[in-house]
Design a binder for this molecule. Structure first.
Ligand SMILES: Cc1cc2nc3c(=O)[nH]c(=O)nc-3n(C[C@H](O)[C@H](O)[C@H](O)COP(=O)(O)OP(=O)(O)OC[C@H]3O[C@@H](n4cnc5c(N)ncnc54)[C@H](O)[C@@H]3O)c2cc1C
Length: 519
């Protein structure tokens, strides 16, 4: 007779956004506070600060926060959060002033009903695709919030995510997880890792809190990946031949006028060897330049960043930027034996489209939903987890590369190298060939929880000026008429929403002062 090894003690190492989001999801889902099922211990070093960047999120964050059980009002108050309705890409197409497009969160109007691209190409191709099919770019341009003061917590008029202060977010989640959800917090430095004879991790050693034994270890130690990469030796697969950026310079810039509008979208402005993010929080902007160190010196990147800050805020930066280096890529597997990596320990590509926290949320969710009851079941679950997340990382890479490969910019080797055929993933190359004759669709991205839906590919593809062959789009002749109906709908919704929604700053200030109604 074999003895069953139940999985009960979960040890998370690392207390950045990844560690605390994972702890929150596990503890809430499994009622850790009641003490009946699993226990969750989080070990966090007081000597190693979390990375402290990562201010852009996806709409999934609303579900995650709700799932953990925090209130949206409380979140706004404590994390200096603001609304995010998508991204605006400036100067990515040809680099000229006035070159921009939007990737909003709302699906195109009528997206699931007809081929809107056929209608756009036939009758409206001089209007930017996103502006025609969605009301949301217009809300962003006018600085509107995605809901009203009377809309309940987490509910939306227009789909939205958040911008947030990453440092405050970690502390907010930690307090909530410890106070409300029964997560045990150990503030100590991990000094070693010991294995069982079979190779599983048995315990992690700490400087002064003794060993922490566990059945399952979650590596949230950031880019060092101490457990999965360091101890288990799972190799890192570099993606630098596809996506070149590996360095970031980050700044916090105060508003000159504290009543200045808060952008309700991330502004991504292409530069000679990378791009600059600009994220509006209620009290400051988070601005950073991410670039390829093979194509630009740090000094040159810093000059471009300073010029951007001066152009958009009227004065040069008052502080020096913080420099961060990273290797774009991910681990060959994410779950090895009884160790699973979530967050930067699993991989990181670059901040474009802010997919890192979304992958953390998806990982925490799958881990929680599929929490293996026994060590034997863990073998099956881990195989599935690895399959899911290898697929997801590959799709993130395809989608990010799409932004670069379609650019017509010719002002530097960075942009020319990005178009080199050998830098293009095979699957993306094939899809681009197909999309000359048909738009991206669910047949290209057919998994239930795709990281980026086909609508996102459409927004970027046509925003970047991709020119399809019109013959491929006119085979079903009623598509264009049908699409016109939806374009009218989008335009009516635009008018209604512009009239009825408060400004982003107005609503955020209202929430901080008065709160949002509960659902
Ligand atoms: C320039 C840049 C911009 C980014 N922008 C975005 C964005 O807009 N949106 C987005 O979704 N993501 C973004 N990211 C990614 C995002 O910052 C991370 O995914 C997120 O913060 C999660 O980090 P983490 O928790 O995995 O790691 P970290 O924040 O690095 O946390 C690591 C934790 O491990 C602990 N630790 C390390 N060693 C030990 C030890 N020996 N003992 C005990 N504990 C230890 C540390 O104390 C810390 O608590 C960005 C990343 C970069 C580099």
């Amino acid at each position: 007779m074999t003895t069953m090894h139940n999985v009960k003690r979960i040890v998370i190492v690392g207390g950045g956004s990844a560690g605390w989001l994972t702890a929150g999801v596990l503890a809430a889902d499994h009622r850790v506070r009641d003490g009946a099922g699993i226990s969750v211990t989080l070990l966090e070093s007081p000597d190693v600060a979390p990375i402290g960047v990562g201010e852009g999120t996806w709409p999934t964050m609303r579900d995650t926060l709700r799932r953990i059980g925090v209130g949206e009002t409380q979140f706004f108050r404590e994390c200096d959060a603001s609304f995010k309705q998508g991204s605006k890409f400036e100067r990515w197409v040809d680099g000229r002033a006035g070159d921009y497009y939007f990737h909003p969160f709302v699906l195109p109007q009528g997206y699931l009903e007809t081929n809107l691209v056929a209608g756009w190409l036939k009758r409206h191709s001089t209007t930017p695709f996103a502006d025609l099919v969605s009301y949301q770019p217009h809300l962003c341009v006018q600085g509107k919030a995605p809901k009203q003061a009377g809309t309940p917590e987490f509910a939306a008029v227009a789909n939205y995510a958040y911008h947030l202060d990453a440092g405050k977010f970690g502390a907010f989640l930690r307090d909530f997880c410890v106070r409300e959800l029964g997560v045990r917090h150990v503030s100590d430095h991990m000094t070693g890792i010991e294995s069982e004879e079979n190779g599983d991790i048995a315990r992690v050693l700490t400087r002064s809190s003794g060993p922490l034994e566990g059945d399952l270890f979650v590596d949230c130690t950031g880019m060092n990946s101490w457990l999965l990469g360091g101890h288990c030796g799972v190799p890192f697969i570099s993606q630098q031949h596809v996506l070149f950026n590996d360095t970031a310079l980050a700044l916090q810039v105060p508003y000159e006028d504290p009543r200045a509008p808060i952008a309700s979208h991330t502004i991504s402005t292409a530069q000679s060897a990378g791009w600059i993010w600009d994220i509006g929080l209620p009290n400051r902007r988070g601005i950073g330049h991410v670039f390829s160190s093979a194509h630009s010196s740090v000094d040159a990147a810093e000059r471009e960043l300073a010029a951007y800050v001066e152009r958009t805020s009227g004065r040069p930066p008052e502080t020096s930027p913080r420099r961060l280096s990273f290797k774009p890529g991910y681990r060959r597997e994410f779950w090895h034996r009884n160790c699973v990596a979530i967050g930067l320990s699993a991989g990181f590509i670059e901040p474009l489209e802010a997919s890192a926290l979304a992958l953390v949320e998806l990982s925490a969710m799958m881990l929680s939903d599929e929490m293996p009851a026994t060590r034997d079941a863990m073998e099956i679950v881990s195989r599935r987890f690895n399959d899911f997340f290898t697929y997801r990382w590959e799709r993130v890479i395809d989608f990010l590369k799409l932004h670069y490969v379609l650019s017509q910019r010719d002002d530097s080797d960075f942009w020319r190298d990005n178009r080199r055929a050998e830098s293009l993933p095979e699957r993306l190359r094939e899809l681009l060939a197909l999309w000359r004759y048909q738009p991206p669709s669910r047949y290209d991205l057919h998994r239930v929880e795709e990281v980026f839906p086909s609508a996102s590919y459409q927004y970027v593809l046509y925003g970047m000026g991709f020119k399809p062959e019109p013959e491929g789009f006119t085979r079903r002749i009623d598509d264009a008429d049908c699409a016109d109906e939806f374009f009218r709908e989008a335009s009516q919704l635009t008018r209604r929403m512009l009239g009825g929604l408060p400004s982003n700053r107005e609503l955020i200030e209202h929430i901080v002062k008065n709160g949002l109604p509960h659902a």
